[in-house]
Design a binder for this molecule. Structure first.
Ligand code: IPM
Ligand code: MG
Length: 365
């Protein structure tokens, strides 16, 4: 059998990024060996690490390397060290530049509760048991990118900070389509979240989503205002299947949805464009408070590898193997600090990685 060859760009970034990336790469290599997939890795700079080395959060060379690859695996960016820099020089700008530079308008953030971790959730078992939500967040528009933006002086010389929440019909339609298609592959329910009772941009959003629904008559469409959606997510999260929303609301709601599962350290995400490579990354950040201490949970990064195999490389068998290995190490009682509970075995990032490799080598049926 001929080997399939894939070019993967690795962006380890800052904080715990390099530690969790190392585990994810080991896992990817092993599953590649098992299934005869060959990965060629390129590591590039982004975020604070790039600022330190080049003065910019997203060097042109990094974007170019990403463009030349089949998929991009990103860990995390940011940290206290760079927090006081002006906004255009901050590490976060590297991430936003990557999203817009690669045209990654669709961000898929699954929040699925694992039976092994129900007790790690801060919510009651009966509230979260069975939760399986996919947040489809628009990622290259809305208030993150709308013009005008900036801090301007008023006529009286006072400063005024401005951002603009704007969506065109075509931007709404393309994310809407991704969401309807996603819902179709899942439970067939889509909830669109907006603030149409106050914002014109949301009125247009709602109108377009309703228009699109006529093409997806098999999907049950509902609408919620974002404040109510936040409340419903913590009150009765099982009512949700797929959620579609704009950039800012999606940023906020995806953190809330993630936390239903007990730890944001468990959740992967995929950012996809119309064509070209997607970016696969954990939902969590760079956790500077535990960086370099071998305490990080690498599972979200490892599950991001699984999402990459599934969505970018179309290798569902490889993705399944990795997801099964994650469940197996949890069944075997291994826990990093963020998901630790009574009677379980506390391990660090590297030991969790070793356990994952072992589970991949000796899967239990
Ligand atoms: C996320 C993050 C980013 C965002 C930050 C780091 C720019 O919170 O991916 O959710 O706001 O999109
Ligand atoms: Mg966020």
């Amino acid at each position: 059998m001929t080997q399939q060859q894939y070019r993967i760009t690795l962006l380890p970034g800052d904080g715990i990024g390099p530690e969790i990336m190392a585990v994810a790469v080991d896992v990817l290599k092993l599953v590649g060996q098992q299934l005869n997939l060959n990965f060629e890795f390129q590591t590039a700079l982004v975020g604070g690490a790039a600022i330190d080395a080049t003065g910019e959060p997203l060097p042109a060379a990094t974007l170019e390397t990403c463009r030349q690859s089949d998929a991009v695996l990103l860990a995390a960016i940011g940290g206290w060290k760079w927090d006081s820099l002006p906004s255009h020089q901050r590490p976060e700008r590297g991430l936003l530049g990557l999203r817009s530079g690669l045209g990654l308008f669709a961000n898929l953030r699954p929040a699925k509760i694992l039976p092994q971790l129900i007790d790690a959730s801060t919510l009651k078992r009966e509230v979260v048991e069975g939760v399986d939500i996919m947040v489809v967040r628009e990622l290259t528009g809305g208030i993150y990118f709308g013009q005008p933006k900036g801090i301007f002086a008023t006529e009286t010389g006072e400063k005024r900070g401005v951002n603009t929440m704007a969506y065109t019909e075509s931007e709404i339609d393309r994310i809407g389509r991704v969401a309807f298609e996603t819902a179709r592959k899942r439970g067939g329910k889509l909830c669109s979240v907006d603030k149409a009772n106050v914002l014109e941009v949301s009125q247009l959003w709602r109108d377009r989503i309703i228009q699109l629904a006529s093409e997806y008559q098999d999907i049950e469409l509902t609408h919620l205002y974002v404040d109510n959606a936040a409340m419903q997510l913590v009150r009765a999260p099982k009512q949700f299947d797929t959620i579609v929303t704009g950039n800012l609301f999606g940023d906020i709601l995806s953190d809330a949805a993630a936390m239903l599962t007990g730890s944001i350290g468990m959740l992967p995400s995929a950012s996809l464009g119309a064509n070209g490579p997607g970016v696969f990354e954990p939902v969590h950040g760079s956790a500077p408070d535990i960086a370099g201490q071998d305490k990080a949970n690498p599972i979200a990064q490892v599950l991001s590898v699984a999402m990459m195999l599934r969505y970018a490389l179309d290798k569902p068998e490889a993705a399944d193997r990795i997801e099964r290995a994650v469940l197996q190490v949890l069944d075997n009682g291994y826990r990093t600090g963020d998901i630790m509970s009574n009677g379980m075995t506390l391990v660090g990032c590297r030991a969790m990685g070793d356990a994952l490799l072992q589970a991949l080598e000796k899967p239990q049926s």
